[in-house]
Write a protein that binds this ligand. Structure first.
Ligand code: ATP
Ligand code: MG
Length: 347
């Protein structure tokens, strides 16, 4: 699941990475994978063990004192009813818990990136409060999860006590020959003994089943990321290994609209740049200069028209080939502290 999700995230279009905060992605690879690796197998094996043990204990009770089955059927139905309410709430709370963890990761990574700005504007106090607020929201969900568990525990313990009480009452009535007089006392003792353990095992079965089900929402979140839309193919057949040789770039009625944006950033752009020419593109900020390169590198796919490099349509070339064979020097400055020689920039 991890590898599938990793591949899916790496192959997701750039639009996905623009929309999804880093913290959210980190959370799926951290907390959700951890739940699938440790929580779900542990809870599931406990649940199976308790389920088998409860089944054996109930069967023994019913075999040793058959009238007990009449009482166990409504009790099992009440247990299932409590389980249904608890599981639904617990599942939603586990989901809230994982969702409310992402903002903590997001804030943390943003803080590390912008540490210099935070210090320059003396925002340490405000950022600390913001961090506490996000942690508070997450802790609030955790407290609610504990409350929910206690709610279910109280009901289950009460039901367990009723089961034990009924088994003991039946045994006492039988001892005085009032009810079930034909059942030997030894078998009634077995019934009481197993009724006590059944009650406890039933409780654990319900708890572990509910926890397994609740953690399944984390597996669901992983599956959601395993099925992301993919970018175009990385390699395509029929592209010359030497392409591009001249470096002639042609934009033919190109349109580009960023996802979620109402307007087209590039609208019906047509120009042709001959091979070897040096060209400067001038425009006010936000005019779409960088978007031309975004379209050229196929970081965002164009919504109309076509781009040709050396008379080959970019859409006919695999993404790896386009991005490897066209070089770009990014606009964002990269500041490195230290000596140039140390980083061997000139070697
Ligand atoms: N990833 C994106 N998602 C949505 N809109 C975007 C995205 N990148 C850029 N835009 C929008 O597209 C328009 C053009 O942006 P672009 O970065 O191409 O302009 P520019 O001419 O390079 O500006 P500058 O001179 O500031 O670098 C702007 O309105 C910008 O807000
Ligand atoms: Mg720009």
């Amino acid at each position: 699941m991890h590898d599938e999700m990793l591949w899916s995230v790496l192959r997701a279009p750039m639009e996905f990475h623009h929309k999804s905060p880093q913290g959210r992605i980190l959370n799926r690879f951290g907390k959700d994978i951890d739940a699938v690796d440790t929580e779900i197998p542990d809870r599931l094996s406990d649940c199976i063990a308790c389920g088998v043990w409860a089944f054996i204990a109930v069967s023994l009770c019913c075999v040793s004192a058959p009238p007990f089955i009449v009482f166990m059927i409504p009790m099992a139905l009440i247990f299932l009813y409590v389980l249904r309410i608890y599981v639904g709430t617990a599942r939603a709370l586990v989901r809230f818990s994982t969702v409310s963890t992402s903002p903590i990761f997001e804030h943390y990574s943003e803080l590390i990136d912008g540490l210099t700005s935070v210090r320059a504007y003396s925002l340490e106090q405000a950022e600390t409060m913001e961090h506490y607020m996000r942690v508070d929201v997450n802790s609030g969900v955790f407290v609610s999860m504990m409350d929910c568990e206690r709610w279910s525990c109280v009901r289950q313990v009460t039901l367990c006590a009723i089961i034990t009480l009924v088994a003991c009452t039946l045994a006492n009535l039988s001892a005085f020959n009032i009810f079930m007089g034909s059942i030997p006392v030894a078998l009634l003792a077995v019934c009481v003994n197993y009724a006590m353990s059944t009650a406890e095992t039933f409780k654990w079965f319900v708890m572990t089943a509910a926890r397994t089900e609740a953690h399944m929402s984390q597996a669901e979140r992983i599956f959601e990321y395993c099925d992301l839309k993919e970018e175009d193919e990385l390699h395509k057949e029929g592209v010359d290994t030497e392409w591009p040789t001249r470096g002639e770039v042609e934009f033919d009625h190109v349109c580009l609209r960023y996802a979620g944006s109402a307007q087209e950033t590039l609208s019906d752009i047509c120009f042709k740049i001959g091979g070897g020419m040096k060209v400067g593109i001038v425009g006010r900020t936000g005019a779409g200069k960088s978007s031309l390169l975004v379209a050229l590198m196929r970081i965002f796919e164009i919504t109309g028209g076509c781009i040709r490099v050396d008379n080959v349509k970019l859409s006919d070339v695999g993404l790896h080939d386009v991005r490897k064979r066209i070089s770009i020097i990014p606009q964002d400055p990269v500041l490195i502290s230290g000596e140039r020689r140390e980083y061997r920039l000139n070697s």
